[in-house]
Design a protein around this ligand. Structure first.
Ligand code: B1M
Length: 208
């Protein structure tokens, strides 16, 4: 089995104790961090499909998520780059009702390595917490909202509306996550849409 396939299988099957070693072996074998990350993202796609078809349930999905998080930890130094934190602050969070944070954490990592100082509010973040964080952190230039569930898209809409209606200025709002489309981002009044972590970081810089 190739090292990349081993990474993918280890995430799919939730090998939380072994994954760090397997990812390190893939790096040592010369695979790029982005290639290894893609193998793990592909694995999560398989896990999601298995969940949809009723072959696995929430606990298995949770363990696969934990395996991916542990794998990403090993990749972080290679993915993060220099991260000089001179472009201002970015407030990031997964919107209310949504507990998914693997993608949000990758977006935070990439935006941070693009030069922003990160204020990570975590998951299940109500609109007023975003607003409090913007008020508490002078120099916020970007507010980034993630959503992974179609059922939390309305919470994203409410969050963007509340932030935009708060009277606070000096920052732009970027949104993303699996169910979010560029059209939805425009419809809810976001300033930008990020398809993935890399493009979110590019967008964050372009918004300045
Ligand atoms: Co959940 N889950 N989950 N889950 N889960 C999905 C999202 C799902 C597609 C699985 C499926 O059915 N096929 C489905 C959603 C269906 C839908 O709404 N259309 C689903 C469901 C239904 C649920 C529950 C409702 C299940 C239940 O309880 N019955 C439940 C909801 C809990 C809640 O949030 N209230 C639930 C729970 C969970 C776990 C807790 C078990 C676990 C999350 C663990 C964690 O995050 N710490 C989990 C997992 C692991 C998944 C899947 C399998 C993997 C998600 C993931 O981490 N992907 C997922 C299936 C899938 O994605 N194919 C699934 C890898 C990650 C790197 O990708 O998060 O998409 P992603 O992030 C990408 C982009 O989306 C983008 O960039 C990232 C990196 O490139 N991006 C942004 C994300 N945020 C961005 C922000 C930006 C820009 C880009 O700008 C700000």
């Amino acid at each position: 089995m190739s090292k990349l396939q081993e990474v993918k299988t280890s995430v799919e099957t939730g090998k939380t104790k072994l994954i760090a070693g397997v990812v390190q072996e893939a790096l040592d074998a010369g695979h790029a961090a982005t290639e290894i990350l893609q193998a793990m993202v592909d694995a999560m796609g398989v896990v999601g499909d298995s969940f949809s078809s009723g072959e696995i349930f929430v606990p298995e999905m949770l363990i696969a998520g934990k395996a991916m998080q542990k794998g990403v930890e090993v990749l972080k130094p290679a993915l993060a780059g220099e991260g000089s934190a001179s472009l201002g602050k970015c407030v990031i969070g997964t919107v209310a009702g949504d507990l998914h944070d693997i993608g949000k954490n990758l977006v935070a990592l990439m935006i941070e390595s693009a030069g922003f100082e990160m204020v990570d509010l975590g998951v299940d973040v109500p609109a007023d917490k975003f607003i409090e964080a913007i008020k508490a952190n002078p120099g916020v230039k970007v507010v980034a909202c993630s959503a992974l569930l179609s059922t939390t898209m309305p919470a994203m809409k409410e969050t963007v509306a509340a932030i935009k209606g708060s009277g606070l200025t000096g920052f732009k709002v970027i949104v993303g996550g699996a169910p979010i489309t560029p059209e939805f981002a425009t419809e809810i009044g976001a300033d930008a849409y990020g398809r993935d972590a890399g493009s979110a970081a590019v967008q964050a810089k372009q918004l300045l």
